[in-house]
Design a protein around this ligand. Structure first.
Ligand SMILES: Cc1cc2nc3c(=O)[nH]c(=O)nc-3n(C[C@H](O)[C@H](O)[C@H](O)COP(=O)(O)OP(=O)(O)OC[C@H]3O[C@@H](n4cnc5c(N)ncnc54)[C@H](O)[C@@H]3O)c2cc1C
Length: 413
């Protein structure tokens, strides 16, 4: 016996929960299928820029987080090889909507607690998708879960991350490895860290590292580096040994970074440490690919995985959720013909594809230029970075974080 559902969202990460909240605000119920047995918070923290706060405001949850996490008051990028400060106002806009670092767990909980009971179903892994054309020539999506459950859905929204099954079903190009990786962690100071609220970054020998305080006691840190053979075992979510990751960062990856940075790394909560390869989808494939088919589409990393060099993956996933709900919410609420929902998905993809493919490209180029490299080519890239990129290019790219995805107007009752 198959279960019937109107709207199924696969994935209970940032995009899945935000999409469910956005639809619910427009009076549309959905079911979120999450393969883990609870909210999954790999990566400990993330930075959220103005565009994310605007989207969270539209979702009605921004106030829960802005009341806990202070905005950054400044920030810098320093070239450790020359000692030169290349950028002095990294945090940009310091208003209430400015850059803040937040715990991933808090962001997911803030979204999840908005949802009506039984919206999220944990331990529910989507295994395969097929479609069936009905007598009235409408199409139903049939979802087979790993535990044997079968769900017949009118609408399927894939929020299942970089290795999305829904994106594969849509025929989107496979994500590619950038050849770079990142280690992230959370340092904890029970007595207070005493640092200013600034997002400070350091560049050296093909690597980029950064520190962003979350509050008075916790600092989020990261380092990005060209992928090394040593990280193969350390990147595995289930078999990794955090103490080996910490040792690799302090003894090798970050050994030439300032003592103040290493001290923060050494204060890490071991359970927060992760090492991940940086993936992206070719921006051209996002622009020209089939991001929706009938009443099936993708949101967040499932559509546009990007390297984290502009801190925009999660921020743009929140924008997606608002824009998608705005385009399909009305048709779903009024139980209109599914062709209206299909039309709404077409508009959603049209509205998003230029923006997100631009972010994927901008992130990739920023990461590539910022890390510099070795040899004659690396030298030329570093000259470009220090003399041209931070003065003329970066301000234009980073203006993208001011984007306003607009509001959601709840139905009048
Ligand atoms: C090193 C690094 C640093 C980053 N820093 C930032 C930052 O500072 N700011 C920012 O905005 N972004 C940042 N990002 C990007 C951000 O983490 C992602 O863009 C964001 O997590 C995407 O959310 P999502 O919900 O689309 O995907 P995910 O977070 O991957 O969530 C997908 C969910 O789907 C579930 N799932 C997958 N397959 C199935 C299935 N078959 N059935 C059921 N459930 C399934 C997974 O368990 C998961 O919970 C960073 C990324 C990295 C790698």
């Amino acid at each position: 016996m198959a279960e019937e559902q109107e709207v199924v969202i696969v994935g209970g990460g940032i995009s899945g929960l935000a999409t469910a909240v956005a639809l619910q605000r427009l009076g549309v119920r959905s079911v979120v299928l999450e393969r883990s047995d609870g909210l999954r918070t790999t990566g400990a923290a993330l930075s959220l820029f103005t565009n994310a706060w605007r989207a969270l405001d539209a979702l009605g949850v921004a106030h829960k987080l802005t009341s806990i996490y202070p905005p950054m008051e400044g920030g810098s990028v320093t070239n450790l090889e020359t000692g030169e400060e290349l950028l002095t106002n990294l945090a940009g806009n310091r208003s209430g909507m400015g850059l803040r670092a937040v715990h991933r767990k808090m962001l997911l909980e803030a979204l999840a607690e908005e949802l009506k009971p039984d919206t999220i179903r944990f331990s529910s892994k989507l295994a395969s998708i097929r479609t069936e054309v009905l007598k009235d020539s409408s199409t139903v999506v049939i979802l087979h879960l790993e535990d044997g459950t079968i769900i017949r859905a009118k609408v399927l929204i894939g929020c299942d991350g970089v290795h999305s099954l829904v994106a594969q079903w849509l025929g989107l190009a496979a994500p590619i490895n950038s050849g770079r990786s990142a280690v992230r962690g959370l340092a904890i100071y029970d007595e207070g860290h005493g640092l200013n609220y600034g997002a400070n970054q350091f560049l050296s020998c093909g690597k980029r590292a950064g520190l962003i305080p979350l509050n008075d006691k916790e600092i989020y840190w990261f380092i990005t580096n060209p992928t090394t053979p040593r990280e193969k075992d350390m990147a595995n979510e289930f078999t990794r040994d955090p103490s080996l990751i910490l040792k690799e960062v302090t003894d090798n990856l970050a050994k030439e970074f300032p003592q103040s940075y290493l001290e923060v790394v050494e204060h890490s909560d071991l359970s927060s440490l992760t090492w991940a390869p940086l993936m992206l989808r070719n921006p051209w494939a996002i622009l020209t690919g089939s991001n929706h088919k009938g009443t099936v589409t993708v949101v967040g990393d499932a559509m546009h995985p990007m390297t984290p060099d502009l801190g925009q993956g999660g921020c743009s996933a929140l924008e997606d959720a608002v824009v998608l709900a705005r385009n399909i919410g009305g048709a779903l609420r009024s139980k209109e013909n599914m062709s209206k929902v299909e039309e709404g998905m077409r508009k959603y993809v049209k509205e998003r594809r230029w923006r997100v493919s631009g972010l994927v490209l901008g992130s990739y180029l920023s990461g590539w230029v910022q890390q510099g490299g070795s040899g004659l080519w690396g030298w030329a890239v570093r000259i470009f970075r220090d003399r041209v990129f931070y003065t003329f290019v970066y301000p234009r790219i980073s203006a993208a974080v001011q984007y306003d995805c607009g509001v959601l107007l709840p139905p009048e009752v």
